[in-house]
Design a protein around this ligand. Structure first.
Ligand SMILES: *Cc1c(COP(=O)(O)O)cnc(C)c1O
Length: 399
């Protein structure tokens, strides 16, 4: 039966609940599991430590290898991403680390092509060389010429952070040749974009953001083929960047409302974008499709424009900093994708570790739009803009 995304979000990863006689998702908090006997215990251990699934009549042995509550969430997310499997981690950065290790050190191909702009933490991780990789940072159009025989991975992000620039997933996948492409799909979520359908090998999420949606779980997840999932589970079993089952439970529950949240947050964001465009305090608004989508990327790869906005303040850094502090309904905080709206300054915070020539401009603020009434959010921004004007008037009077 082919089901619509809203139905999939509510029902996935729950096929066996009726047979278990329960309605809510069960949580398994065991750290260790009884062994049937030494041989079967050993076989089960071997299967899972090398990235495989639990064996029949075996044991889960030790839950750094496998946790049923986490596996349920992984199954649900994989279904939503049109993937064979997914592998969850303790954070988005643990997920990115596992992807890099699995595709580079584990394969002997230590060169990575990274398409900028990227999330500050990803840029920092790659630039640091901590994982023993050599990295070529490039523009989307330079992927083809950057690929070498020893390239193990191409990393890209779309919509990009924080400028909401769209990068053509199919074009990057084609330019990468056979090299696996991982797309950071955190901003779009599986509701608006499915990178695997467009030729990417992996879709990565900071599940901390929209998937969780309530600001109370730090987690990461990668949707991919079973073959790539095995490589990722092997890294996870060995390095231990696990998602706790309570986090997995909250994420799985969060998936059920993801389509509705995205629709309403996006509707709010579109209202706010329309309002911002006409405001004299704002020099430029960044939002997918605002430029008319001349290359047709939005139409080809997304089913919506999302709920992230960036704006360039006319008064430069001083204005940006005052607006971030003056907003009241918008919490001045990093992170994004939750039910409540956030405002933050990317150059000073999320993108601080990025080299200056690739860092966002100092007059840019990023907004994550939540589920509040759009009129209240607009009124809050209007109030914050008025504070900036008062400050500027006071300054000119002093001069
Ligand atoms: C937050 C974020 C990450 C990192 O995820 P954590 O869960 O904070 O480790 C990666 N990519 C994007 C786009 C993000 O917003």
């Amino acid at each position: 039966m082919s089901l619509h995304p809203d139905t999939v979000a509510v029902h996935s990863g729950r096929d066996d609940l009726n047979a278990l006689g329960v309605h809510a998702l069960p949580i398994d908090l065991s750290t260790t599991n009884p062994l049937p006997d030494i041989e079967r215990g050993g076989d089960a251990y071997e299967a899972m430590a090398t990235g495989g699934r639990p064996i029949e009549n075996g044991s889960l042995v030790y839950q750094r290898l496998w946790n049923p509550t986490v596996a349920r969430f992984e199954e649900a997310l994989a279904t939503m991403e049109h993937a064979e499997a997914s592998v969850a981690f303790s954070s988005g950065m643990a997920a990115m680390t596992a992807v890099i290790l699995a595709m580079t050190s584990a394969t002997g191909k230590r060169h990575v092509v990274a398409v900028r702009p990227l999330y500050g933490g990803t840029d920092h991780l790659l630039g640091s060389g901590l994982l023993g990789t050599e990295v070529t940072f490039c523009h989307p159009s330079e992927v083809g010429v950057s690929i070498r025989p020893e390239t193990g991975l191409v990393i890209m992000e779309t919509p990009a952070n924080p400028t909401l620039e769209l990068v053509d997933i199919a074009a990057v996948a084609a330019a990468a040749g056979g090299v696996p492409v991982v797309v950071d799909n955190t901003f779009a979520t599986p509701i608006l974009q499915n990178p695997l359908d467009l030729g990417a090998a992996m879709s990565l999420h900071s599940a901390t953001k929209y998937l969780g949606g309530h600001g109370d779980v730090i987690a990461g997840v990668v949707a991919c083929s079973e073959e790539h999932a095995e490589a990722l589970r092997r890294v996870r079993a060995v390095t231990g960047g696990l998602l706790h089952p309570l986090g997995a439970y909250l994420l799985h529950r969060g998936l059920t409302t993801l389509p509705v949240r995205i629709r309403q947050q996006q509707a709010n964001a579109q209202r706010i974008v329309q309002w911002l465009i006409d405001r004299p305090e704002v020099d430029e608004v960044f939002y997918p499709g605002l430029d008319g989508d001349p290359q047709g990327i939005l139409d080809r790869q997304m089913r919506g424009t999302g709920a992230m906005i960036a704006m360039r303040m006319r008064g430069g850094y001083a204005a940006a900093s005052s607006v971030a502090s003056a907003a009241e309904l918008f919490t001045h905080a990093v992170s994004l994708g939750g039910v409540d709206s956030l405002i933050q300054h990317p150059a000073a915070l999320t993108h601080r570790p990025v080299p200056a020539d690739a860092r966002p401009d100092a007059d840019v603020l990023r907004l994550s739009i939540g589920l509040e009434d759009a009129d209240d959010l607009i009124a809050d921004l209007a109030r914050a803009f008025a504070v900036v004007e008062t400050l500027q008037e006071t300054k000119s009077q002093r001069i």
